[in-house]
Design a protein around this ligand. Structure first.
Ligand code: FAD
Ligand code: NAI
Length: 475
């Protein structure tokens, strides 16, 4: 007799493991199947985010930022460093340790919540009495049955046609996070989130970095004014970003990678580099899931088809996170996981897609929530804008980090906040205030009237809200 569960979650990334925990909190008997293997072949819960995504990238961003400060920033504070050197092996080992702490944390949480954890690949077998039969293929093979199935199988890096990932010369996010030496010359294809974050890491550590981007505009999804300000900062740092390019043949050999490309003027170019990172987006992952066995419907992109509530075409089968529509973000996956567990329990789980924040962890950081100015213009919506530069913020001056601004967009008639856009120091943290405000349908004036600690970067948020009504106090 197969083991029977109320809920089986396939995938232990941020979507899946959070769904499992919430379902267990709600009193369900829960199993989670995840196939990720650590270096020793053991389980490594946390998915892309924990193993080769959010967490290791932020560890390396931090380490490389320390290195850059020590090399270039400390002198301004009267701190002289001599004999600065880089121990890349130690830096990578620290990053791996941070990953392991997170893997272990999730294992602990599964034990605490009495979740049955299966290490191996989960695939649909058939609809069965009492739910669905799921095969787990790991060290051993077994079949378990779940009344509800939550698919959270994530995404994989998209490869460029004709340039398959070998993780030696042509790297996905995985290889980009474990180069054992700093490449002298590094190219990235795609100046999206990974391109900018990984490009920043390796530039800070000493690589000469070129980013080739197909689109003619830089960070098209970001508010134009913010994207322009960010581009200025990246140019100044020496991150070479070529826009409007067409990538041609890519040859990989013992000496590195040679990329044929055409620039925005249509001129043929060749770029020879030691390593190439391809960061042109990610594809939903249903490899090995065997959705055909039960008739689970996918869309034309290969994502699992779901409605606004993450319901698939099959009764009691749900899908969340990167494997479904919407932004590929860990916190979006988590929110969907919580909402689905609550819906299974008959509650009214809800995800507000209008208030999902985005953060790019470069320096300066870029963060936003809600609509951009170009979107409001395209909609023909009447709005007011207000912005405040970090240059006029006392804390930013004390930090020596005055690049960027906070910008508010509010409805012209009601003053309701429609979007908040930031580029500057620690805006990954500052954006939360804007998210809370928008969730509560606050007006710009609400933020302008709230007392903010002095001196703090958050005063720039208050001042930008004041700027909507043209009454900044410090600018
Ligand atoms: P995943 O995290 O991909 O997890 C899916 C899990 O399912 C994996 O463990 C996989 O092995 C397992 N699996 C797949 N198929 C099966 C199967 N059939 N049986 C068993 N197990 C299976 N997002 C942010 O919000 N902030 C960031 O800073 C950020 N940084 C990123 C940096 C990089 C370099 C990358 C690549 C991504 C980053 N992301 C970030 C995106 C984030 O990682 C994803 O949005 C998030 O991991 C999606 O979560 P998920 O649970 O849907 O899927
Ligand atoms: P992306 O979608 O952010 O950017 C891909 C870029 O590649 C785009 O600018 C696109 O125009 C360009 N591109 C596509 N095809 C191209 C081609 N043939 N030649 C040149 N350029 C081309 O995707 P990315 O950076 O791979 O990241 C994947 C996803 O992972 C992100 O969309 C995001 O959801 C998530 N992520 C989130 C992070 C965060 O929240 N801080 C960090 C890293 C990733």
């Amino acid at each position: 007799m197969s083991k029977q569960f109320d809920v089986i979650v396939i995938g232990g990334g941020p979507g899946g493991y959070i769904a499992a925990i919430r379902a267990a909190q709600l009193g369900f008997n829960v199993a989670c199947i995840d196939e990720w293997k650590n270096a020793k072949g053991g389980p490594a819960l946390g998915g892309t985010c924990t193993n080769v995504g959010c967490i290791p990238s932020k560890a390396l961003l931090q380490s490389s930022e320390h290195f850059e400060h020590a090399g270039h920033g400390f002198a301004d504070h009267g701190i002289n460093v001599s004999g600065l050197s880089l121990d890349i092996a130690k830096m990578l080992a620290r990053k791996d340790q941070v990953v392991k702490q997170n893997n272990d944390g999730i294992t602990y949480l599964f034990k605490k919540n009495k979740i049955s954890s299966f290490h191996g690949r989960g695939s649909f077998v058939k609809a069965a009495e009492g739910g669905y039969e799921i095969k787990v293929a790991g060290a051993a093979e077994e079949t378990i049955v779940g009344k509800h199935i939550i698919v959270a199988t994530g995404s994989n890096a998209r490869a460029l046609p004709g340039a398959a990932f070998d993780e030696e010369n042509i790297l996905s996010n995985d290889g980009a996070l474990r180069m054992g030496a700093v490449p002298k010359k590094l190219a990235l294809i795609g100046s999206g989130v990974i391109g900018l974050e990984m490009g920043s890491v390796w530039r800070r550590l000493g690589s000469e970095v070129t980013v080739l981007e197909a689109l003619p505009t830089f960070l098209g999804a970001v508010d134009e004014q913010i994207a322009k300000e960010a581009k200025k900062a990246f140019d100044k740092q020496g991150l070479k970003i070529e826009l409007g390019v067409k990538v041609g043949e890519i040859k990989s050999g013992k000496k590195g990678v040679s990329i044929a490309w055409t620039n925005a003027k249509g001129e043929a170019q060749t770029l020879d580099v030691d390593k190439l990172i391809v960061s042109i987006g990610r594809v939903p992952n249903t490899i090995g899931l065997n959705p055909e066995a039960v008739g689970l419907a996918l869309d034309e992109r290969g994502a699992i088809n779901v409605d606004g509530e993450c319901k698939t075409n099959l009764p009691n089968v749900w899908a969340i996170g990167d494997v479904v529509r919407g932004p590929m973000l860990a916190h979006k996956a988590e929110e969907e996981g919580v909402a689905v567990a609550e819906r299974i329990a008959g509650q009214h789980g809800h995800v507000n897609f209008n208030t999902i924040p985005w953060v790019i962890y470069t320096h300066p950081e870029i963060a936003w929530v809600g609509q951009t100015e170009q979107q409001l213009k395209a909609e023909g919506r009447a709005y007011k804008a207000g912005s405040f530069p970090f240059l006029a913020n006392g804390r930013a001056r004390a930090l020596g980090d005055t690049t960027g601004m906070v910008k508010f967009l509010a409805d012209a008639a009601t003053d309701e906040i429609l979007g908040v856009h930031m580029v500057g120091p620690q805006v990954s943290e500052l954006i939360s205030e804007a998210v809370v405000a928008m969730e509560f349908k606050a007006s710009a004036e609400d933020i302008a009237r709230i007392c903010h600690a002095h001196p703090s970067l958050s005063e720039a948020t208050k001042e930008a809200a004041l700027a909507v009504d043209k009454r900044t106090l410090n600018f």
